[in-house]
Design a protein around this ligand. Structure first.
Ligand SMILES: [Zn+2]
Length: 186
């Protein structure tokens, strides 16, 4: 028995638009019809919404940092979460903060992911170190969106957070970019 598949999948963006009821009537009808007949895409919509709810809860409790997709960021913004965004390129450094009014911070790490099969995200600061292995990514994307744990960040003193993106394969690992966040309390 083969897994069900979809030859004309609805894009994540369109699924999010559909969920927020922001499509033109004919487009909405087209997607509705597709979802009725397609278990694959209905399940994708389900998991997008569930994942969104889970991550929103995690942000509120501040338990985890997470790599998120552009569609999910869009979903959470439309859901009323307030993000402070920091775009940064490889080798660059940025001054950052978080205020009580922010729900979360998103680090927009610009990077070239072409040819990568697995990406890890390494964190290092005087407050601790960690590594997210095998993060989700689109090879064609030109950035990785990383959300540090918001509640913990709100408690944090001034510190310097270093982030490194690594491409990992059988031959080893290579750095794709180093990013520095000079944090001061809000
Ligand atoms: Zn489908």
């Amino acid at each position: 028995m083969s897994a069900p598949s979809c030859s004309t999948p609805i894009s994540d963006d369109a699924l999010v638009d559909y969920w927020f009821d922001e499509l033109a009537a004919n487009e909405e009808e087209r997607i509705e019809e597709h979802l009725l007949g397609c278990a694959v895409c209905s399940r994708r919509l389900d998991s997008l919404v569930t994942l969104g709810a889970g991550i929103r809860a995690a942000f509120r409790n501040g338990a985890v940092g997470a790599v998120i997709s552009p569609a999910l960021l869009d979903l959470m913004k439309r859901d009323g979460l307030r993000f402070r965004e920091y775009p940064v390129g490889p080798g660059e450094s940025v001054n950052c903060t978080i205020s009580a009014a922010d729900d979360a911070v998103v680090s927009r790490l610009r990077v070239n992911l072409a040819g990568a099969s697995r990406i890890d995200l390494e964190l290092q600061s005087e407050l601790g170190a960690g590594r997210l292995t095998d993060i989700p990514f689109e090879p064609s994307a030109d950035e990785v969106l990383f959300c540090p744990p918001a509640a913990r960040l709100k408690q944090a003193p001034a510190f310097v957070q270093k982030i490194r993106l690594l491409a990992v394969d059988e031959s080893g690992e290579r750095a794709l970019g180093d990013y520095t966040f000079v944090h001061t309390p809000g």
